[in-house]
Design a protein around this ligand. Structure first.
Ligand code: NDP
Ligand code: 8X3
Length: 254
């Protein structure tokens, strides 16, 4: 797929930036999107020598803007071969009865609706060409519960099940769908979750060897580079320093 086109959401930081760098090394044509234009411009500057890069500052929550951006892509970027649905966030770690409803709305709108919109707008072209690959970034948080994971984990469970249901719909086509479920990875993720509190964000990774954005880019590279008849359905990965706890049990003091 040397001449192929990759569309990445959330390319301004973390996994998205690392994946853009990885695909640029392979000489892919890249459409890079996120809300912040400055990091996108910087990235375009960095990788523009090895890849043809088109940047679009947009919010995946805005369906009209997304539709307009995709419909008005320059001709050479129109035939998207890989859609990396990566843009997403967690906001807050409060228990459900104390969480901010605005945070829940933002997570649902970004992590669920953003993935829905990008998929629905880009998938028809893939089906028409009978070629393409949708790679969705879910999370271990969609598989395993943890205190404060409430809506964030729920949105990622959606991404996992949506990926499987897309596979069901696309049977008989050559369009592939893969769902990657990373555990704790050090990016801007915790800084966003804790609303700019750098200390709280750093504490998440303190004393551990977390996954890196480059680890996820390598996983995406492997998933996408399988032979066309091989569909990696779901792939979960964690840092060696992360595992499961026992069931939590509340005991009354007698
Ligand atoms: P980062 O915070 O480093 O990057 C998130 C990216 O998403 C940024 O480029 C951000 O760009 C973009 N984004 C967020 N909201 C929107 C929006 N409304 N519209 C467009 N772009 C948006 O986090 P990660 O790289 O770690 O996260 C990438 C994905 O991986 C997310 O879906 C996250 O849930 C998931 N994930 C992360 C894990 C981790 O531990 N880090 C583990 C498992 C999954 P901008 O702010 O410029 O819009
Ligand atoms: C991010 C991983 O464990 O912080 O999806 O929810 S976690």
């Amino acid at each position: 797929m040397s001449e192929s086109t990759v569309f990445i959401t959330g390319a301004s930081a973390g996994f998205g930036t690392a994946c853009a760098r990885m695909f640029a090394k392979q000489g892919k044509r890249l459409v890079l999107t996120a809300r912040r234009i400055d990091p996108l411009l910087k990235l375009q500057d960095e990788i523009g020598a090895s890849a043809d890069v088109h940047i679009i500052p947009l919010d995946v929550r805005d369906r009209q803007v997304l539709q307009g951006a995709i419909e008005s892509l320059p001709e050479r970027f129109r035939n998207i071969d890989v859609l990396l649905n990566n843009a997403g966030l967690a906001l807050g770690l409060e228990p459900a009865h104390q969480a901010e409803l605005d945070d829940w709305d933002a997570m649902v709108d970004t992590n669920i609706k953003g993935v829905m919109y990008c998929t629905r707008l880009i998938l028809p072209g893939m089906v028409a060409r009978n070629r393409g690959h949708i790679v969705n970034i879910s999370s271990t948080a969609g598989n395993w519960p943890y205190p404060g994971g409430n809506v964030y984990g729920g949105t990622k469970a959606f991404v996992t099940q949506f990926s499987r249901n897309l596979r069901a719909d696309l049977l008989g086509t050559r369009v592939r769908v893969s769902c990657i479920q990373p555990g704790m990875a050090e990016t801007e993720f915790s800084r966003v979750r804790f609303k700019g509190n750098d200390q709280q964000a750093a504490d998440v990774y303190r004393g551990t060897d977390p996954l890196t954005a480059e680890d996820i880019a390598e996983t995406v590279r492997w998933v996408v580079s399988q032979p066309p008849h091989v569909n990696v359905n779901t792939l979960e990965l964690m840092s060696i320093d992360q595992s499961w706890g026992p069931f939590a049990i509340h005991r009354e003091q007698k």
